[in-house]
Design a protein around this ligand. Structure first.
Ligand code: BDR
Ligand code: CA
Length: 338
């Protein structure tokens, strides 16, 4: 069976961690490497957390981790954006306070392995240039690494088979009234990638909030009994606690979205995304109230001047998603003869 080659680009992060577990344990994938980026926490921590997940899955020596960009491309250059509207992202050592959904460190032992010597951007460029055009990029954090790589060496653009991105939102946003976190953390990076012409699937909040997990899911996963299953169960439960602080649906029904893992699932089970439409999308980079908004052209026109540049998932099927997560973890247990 020919495996599907993927590269994960993450800001690990609790749901990133679940996405990484799935990317490394789904036997249909060949996960070539993990690029870490500034986002949920500083890049030093997203790198460290990614290394912890690699060891939790016993993939040390198999899946390398690369440290990437430590700040967004442009959004923190203006003092007013850095200080007022934009408490994140920050350079190492300057982050104030902690979020409840993503702590600094995952609940895993300190890693005994280290990231690779190359920066994520350099490795991405070299790996894509040497490839046969058969690698899928799966960025589930701010798009800084990918956009910088495209700008540094545009020859990689036609080498990317497709991008499956968790980010953006149409009806649902979470960081400003107009913007989803991954986009808001680096709007210019998204716009660079949207203009690149690469086949691009957007898995937005509209879909991920429908693919939630609840306490019963966590309990069933915990029963599997392996280290990765325990991690996934712990993270689902901590995300439910974190989301319940601000989100009425989470608080009332004890559930939370596992955004990033849905993007990974969609590569194996496209039917987990429902109502996927081809549309024109651009990201607002005008630094006003809508900074970081994913603006989708919903006008009903027979013909647009420019072609659609993304596949946008309006909804998701939570049953397909949750069944897949459990199946991958159970098969991993069987494979290891546990
Ligand atoms: C996205 O933002 C991050 O906090 C999550 O890891 C996810 O990638 C959801 O808006
Ligand atoms: Ca993420």
């Amino acid at each position: 069976m020919e495996k599907i080659k993927i590269i994960m680009d993450v800001d690990t992060g609790s749901d990133d961690a679940i996405a990484l577990v799935m990317a490394m344990l789904e036997e249909k994938f060949d996960c070539l490497g993990i690029c870490a980026v500034n986002g949920n926490v500083e890049v030093k921590l997203t790198t460290d957390n990614s290394l912890r997940v690699v060891e939790c899955c016993d993939k040390q020596g198999v899946v390398p981790v690369f440290k990437g960009c430590d700040l967004p491309i442009a959004s923190t250059l203006m003092p007013w954006t850095a200080q007022s509207l934009r408490p994140f992202p920050t350079r190492e050592g300057t982050r104030e306070g902690k979020t409840v959904v993503h702590g600094d460190h995952l609940p895993l032992p300190e890693p005994t392995i280290k990231e690779e010597k190359d920066s994520a951007v350099v490795w991405l460029i070299n790996t894509l240039l040497e490839s046969d055009g058969d690698i899928i990029l799966v960025p589930v954090g701010p798009l800084t690494n990918v956009a910088v790589a495209m700008r540094a060496d545009p020859r990689i653009i036609p080498k990317i088979k497709r991008i499956v991105y968790m980010g953006g939102g149409d009806r649902v946003n979470n960081t400003s009234a107009a913007s989803e976190f991954n986009v808001w953390a680096d709007p210019e990076a998204l716009e660079i990638v949207l203009q690149s012409g690469v086949d691009f699937t957007m898995v937005p909040l509209d879909a991920t909030h429908e693919a939630y997990m609840n306490l019963a899911d966590a309990a069933e996963i915990r029963e599997i009994g392996t280290k990765p299953a325990k991690l996934v169960a712990d993270l689902i439960e901590s995300r439910i606690r974190g989301y319940s602080v601000n989100d009425k649906d989470s608080a009332d029904n004890a559930l939370a979205p596992i955004h990033d893992a849905l993007a990974v699932c969609s590569i194996i089970h496209p039917e987990c995304l429902v109502d996927v439409v081809d549309v024109i999308c651009h990201c607002d980079i005008s630094r006003g109230f809508a900074y970081g908004e994913t603006i989708i052209d919903w006008r009903h026109r027979v013909k647009f001047d420019e072609p659609a540049n993304i596949h946008f998932a309006k909804h998701a099927d939570r049953n397909v998603f949750t069944a897949w997560v459990k199946e991958v973890l159970k098969k991993d247990k069987e494979r290891r003869g546990l």
